[in-house]
Design a protein around this ligand. Structure first.
Ligand code: UN1
Length: 506
């Protein structure tokens, strides 16, 4: 595929403005290169926002919010329907750009765009279903109900690994809820953000509402400004737990709301009655997909002692047949890591694990591929004891720790023993074991699957996790409630003034 042609069809230039609020702004900040991790070459450049441009963007997004919230929700939904259609029309090119910018394989790049299309479809239906409850009042001739109002311009901070899908969960849902969106993409993957914002610009053309989907590219300086900015009542942020702590505490300090989707350290339990073929296939996709750079990536495989040898053998065979290389090429299942630092981080983790008694069953090294960058690694399995301290940290790379356990109770204990709580899975044919894993004493994670891996969630469910994962919920189910303010209303339609709790005051 011709890289220049893809960029040009998506309206990208050699240097691209990183600020948009109804019109494009130069940004005023430094011009930063965006690299293709596969080749190590610069794809294009982007001008980031300085403080003044950031302020202007938020002002414009605030103005747009005033008009947008007055637009009926189903009409807002109609714009999202058009956005979904525009994404369908651009799916191949945008998916390819995701691959060029992140190094995930093309099937996953276009899958990410499909995830955007799916959430747009969901949001269109939701635009007619922003339901509030009606309560029975304890007082005669009184009516009580709740209604949901738009919240304001909201800040959305996204990570490199899902550069556009996670924005769309927030933007499509937030927009039908009546919010305008200020997007700070990851500095490592901002070109997709420019391309998506250009698509939004076309969808909103002629309405004067372009700034509903605003863009403020930049580094942690911009993220920190957003966190402290009282004009943004909600900050939705995706990234590491360290980033979430810093953003979350700054937002909390001004009593704003935050929706945090942070680190995962996801485990899959394989019981002795599991279908091992199914479990192997699921573990392979969950651990090696996106080169181990999803927040839902499988990092710990907890296996019953009766099947651990068999499972280890199957996994090693599967790992050693993973085609590694240019993610644009058909048949390749694993591309590069995002940066040199990510590779160094992975190699350091392998060393640490070995120092803690871990035994590398396969992988553990850099993989050199002729003509490509040196960001390729071998997918790695490390057999390790359940008490190794390294099991508590998330290394954003394809390392899978294999942990042997003797019972379901021990497996659940290991599953829950880490600080993070995003995704989890069990493979078993026993309904009792599955339900036990799903019970209140089972997995402590936001996502708990049976006979499905830890990654690749559908948009229809609420997505997010507990503990160091941050507690936020995005995407489907009733996650939309985070993007609106709830108003409880009591109406007295009688001529008396009875007080609640039977209080007499006369
Ligand atoms: C992320 O890695 O931040 O469940 C999101 C999944 C994808 C989303 C991952 N639907 O793996």
């Amino acid at each position: 595929m011709d890289e220049a042609a893809i960029l040009s069809r998506l309206g990208l230039d050699r240097v691209n403005p990183g600020a948009y609020a109804g019109i494009w702004y130069e940004g005023g900040g430094d011009t930063e290169p965006i690299y293709n991790p596969t080749t190590g070459d610069v794809l294009a450049e982007i001008t980031t926002c300085d403080a003044a441009t950031y302020d202007l963007v938020v002002d414009k997004a605030t103005e747009a919010f005033e008009a947008w919230r007055a637009t009926p929700a189903p009409v807002r939904g109609e714009y999202i329907r058009r956005l979904g259609q525009a994404l369908r029309d651009r799916k191949e090119d945008l998916g390819a750009l995701v691959t060029l910018e992140t190094g995930k394989i093309l099937a996953e790049g276009t899958g990410e765009v499909q995830e955007m299309i799916d959430i747009c479809d969901f949001a269109v239906g939701l635009s007619r279903q922003l339901y509030g409850l009606t309560m029975a009042s304890e007082r005669p001739r009184h009516r009580m109900y709740e209604q949901w109002h738009p919240l304001g311009p909201i800040g959305v901070i996204t990570a490199f690994n899902f550069p556009v899908a996670v924005w769309s969960w927030n933007a499509a849902i937030g927009a039908v809820c009546g919010d305008s969106i200020v997007w700070k993409p990851s500095p490592r993957s901002s070109l997709t953000a420019v391309a998506v914002t250009a698509i939004c610009d076309r969808v909103m053309a002629g309405t004067g509402l372009g700034a509903v989907f605003s863009l403020a590219a930049g580094g942690t300086g911009i993220g920190s400004r957003m966190a402290g900015d009282r004009r943004l009542p909600l900050i939705s942020a995706t990234g590491s737990s360290a980033m979430g702590r810093s953003v979350g505490s700054k937002v909390a300090n001004r009593l704003g709301s935050s929706l945090l989707e942070l680190g995962g350290n996801n485990a899959m339990i394989v019981m002795d009655d599991a279908d091992l073929d199914l479990a192997t296939r699921a573990a392979l996709f969950a651990a090696v997909g996106t080169a181990g750079q999803r927040c839902t990536t499988l990092r710990r495989l907890i296996v019953h002692s009766d099947v651990v040898e068999d499972m280890a053998k199957r996994m090693v065979t599967a790992y050693e047949s993973v085609p590694i290389g240019d993610p644009m090429q058909e048949g390749i299942l694993m591309g590069p890591l995002i940066t040199d630092d990510a590779v160094a981080g992975m190699l350091a983790a392998v060393e640490t694990a070995q120092a803690q008694g871990g035994k590398v069953l396969t992988g553990g090294r850099r993989r050199s591929i002729h003509g490509l960058s040196d960001r390729f690694v071998e997918p790695t399995i490390i057999e390790i004891g359940k008490d190794a301290p390294i099991l508590h940290t998330e290394t954003f790379a394809p390392i899978l720790y294999l942990i042997e356990v003797r019972s379901l109770a021990e497996a659940i204990e290991v599953n829950n023993s880490v600080p993070q709580g995003l995704s989890s899975a069990i493979f078993t044919d026993s309904i009792g074991r599955a339900e036990s894993f799903l019970s209140h004493r089972g997995s402590d994670c936001g996502l708990a699957n049976v006979n499905i891996g830890t990654s690749g969630a559908e948009i229809g469910g609420a997505f997010g996790g507990e503990k160091d994962t941050g507690g936020g919920r995005e995407s489907g189910s009733d996650a939309w409630k985070a993007y609106m303010r709830r108003q409880t209303t009591t109406i007295n339609w009688g001529g008396e003034l009875p007080l609640a709790q039977g209080i007499e005051f006369s």
